[in-house]
Design a protein around this ligand. Sequence first.
Ligand code: HEM
Length: 137
Amino acid sequence: MDAGTLRKFEESLGRCLVDPDFLDIFYGNFLGSSPKVREKFAGTDFDRQKEMLRASFDTMLAAARDEENGPERWLGPLAERHGARQLRIGAELYDLWLDNLLKTVRACDPGWSEDVEQAWEAVMGVGIQYLCSRYNS
Ligand code: HEM
């Protein structure tokens, strides 16, 4: 992935995380989008979950940046956790995840632009594609 896209994503992520409500707004949007999402997160400790998600943005960035090794090196355990043997997160839920994330970035990033949105789509797309491809393995 080109350096400009990676940089746009990273800068936007930094601006979003300045907003102390960014992750709360994201989970509010995501949980509000479907009863299937709420079902999956029944019983989740959201303070922990928000920390895990915050850290996984860096891992998703590393996966998109590291074209030599590919996402496997970074996202193997996350793929197992979300796959058929554990959380059973199907592709349609990743569509909702991304839509709600993009909506949240648009609301929280004061430097938002179409280019910024495309950078999020591109960087998150690498990880999402990998997690979906590993659903059964
Ligand atoms: C690429 C997108 C996603 C990323 C980066 C991500 C990230 C994470 C991370 C870092 C964890 C914590 C794993 C651990 O405890 O070791 C997690 C757990 C979880 N994720 Fe995801 N996730 C994604 C997509 C989804 C989607 C689409 C759903 C659908 C509902 C989902 C549902 C869950 C659930 C239910 C848990 C377990 C929560 C608990 O421990 O109670 N995730 N996710």
